[in-house]
Design a binder for this molecule. Structure first.
Ligand code: PBG
Length: 328
């Protein structure tokens, strides 16, 4: 009891603060998202994501080597697909010599120990910008899951360590797990985007890949029939538990900062590793405020990353990975 107990004793100097600190982060915690494009010598900055680039394979190779040198050990790959290769069924995603498949091989050749995770979803390949096949104004569930299992096998064949389905179709984790087992990919992991919300924070990402839903008759204008309603909490637990039962090795909450209540809730319920995706819009907000001189970039970035870890994240997918590691 005060004055016998004075909590400020444990805050008096940086050394005592270090000694009693409950949460720390290291390069081991990060999954670095990377955007890949066709071409040579390309490193295009994404307008709404300063310091993030669309990389051609030669630059991807350089980038991955740099990340590895910095101590980062895992990447999450996304591809920007040329419009002429898009259709309603995502056909190009299964091309054994497609951009994603070549990107996986490029990373593995450059850096064999770098863990490669791949985005498994139809949207970058869809002429409608949806994560599933569109029919009569609906997103087909089971046909899409079937397709995603083929896509996963294609990534596994190219050398992906983990596939990361980000589509939110029902039952797709089981469909994918069974397909991987059938094809002998028993060690290919699944990181499921298990509680992924229909969020406006994905805006800059959709600019990066030109993957936003198109504005067209009979095409849903948003992803609200498959991604979760951001007003819901219990549903996130149910989604996560189902994905674990279906065979997910790692589960995810996405976006990050506005959803840390969900992260903690899930942390208290399940015992598999939890990834949190600090998404493009979160990145853009801090970059913009820092550019205006309104926020201290590095300080706010570290505060946010620690908050994500403190909430219960074991893995943080973040565009800040490099910036953060430079400060460690
Ligand atoms: C694709 C996918 C999206 C993101 C990751 N995978 C966009 C979406 O669902 O519309 C968003 C990531 C970000 O905003 O950084 N299904």
């Amino acid at each position: 009891m005060y004055p016998l107990i004075r909590n400020r004793r444990l805050r008096a100097t940086e050394s005592i603060r270090r000694l009693v600190r409950e949460t720390t982060i290291s390069p081991d915690d990060f999954l670095t998202p990377l955007f890949v494009v066709e071409g040579k010598g390309i490193k295009e900055e994404i307008a709404s994501m300063p310091d993030q680039y669309r990389l051609s394979l030669d630059n991807l190779e350089k980038e991955v080597k740099e990340l590895w040198k910095m101590g980062l050990c895992a990447v999450l790959l996304f591809v920007k697909v040329p419009d002429n290769l898009k259709d309603n069924k995502g056909t190009e995603a299964l091309n054994a010599n497609g951009l994603m498949q070549r990107a996986i091989k490029t990373v593995k050749n450059a850096c064999p120990d770098m863990l490669v995770m791949t985005d498994v979803a139809m949207d970058p390949y869809s002429s409608y910008g949806h994560d599933g096949i569109v029919e009569n104004g609906q997103i087909l569930n089971d046909e899409t899951s079937e397709f995603l299992s083929e896509m996963s096998i294609s990534h596994a064949k190219a050398g992906a360590d983990f596939v990361a389905p980000s589509d939110m179709m029902d039952g797709r984790i089981l469909t994918i797990r069974e397909a991987l087992e059938d094809e002998g990919f028993i060690n290919t992991g699944i990181m499921s985007y298990s509680a992924k919300y229909a969020s406006a924070f994905y805006g800059p990402f959709r600019d990066a890949l030109d993957s936003a839903p198109v504005n067209q008759k009979d095409v849903p204008k948003d992803k609200k029939t498959y991604q979760m309603d951001f007003a819901n909490r219990f549903e996130a637990i149910r989604e996560t538990q189902m994905d674990i039962e279906e065979g997910a090795d790692i589960v995810m909450v996405k976006p990050g900062l506005a959803y840390l209540d969900i992260v903690r809730e899930i942390k208290n319920e399940v015992d598999v590793p939890i990834a949190v995706y600090q998404v493009s819009g979160e990145y853009a907000m801090l970059k913009a405020a820092a550019e205006k001189g309104w926020l201290d970039h590095d300080a706010v970035m570290m505060e946010q990353l620690i908050a994500i870890k403190r909430a219960g994240a074991n893995i943080i997918a973040s565009y800040f990975a490099k910036d953060a590691v430079k400060l460690m």
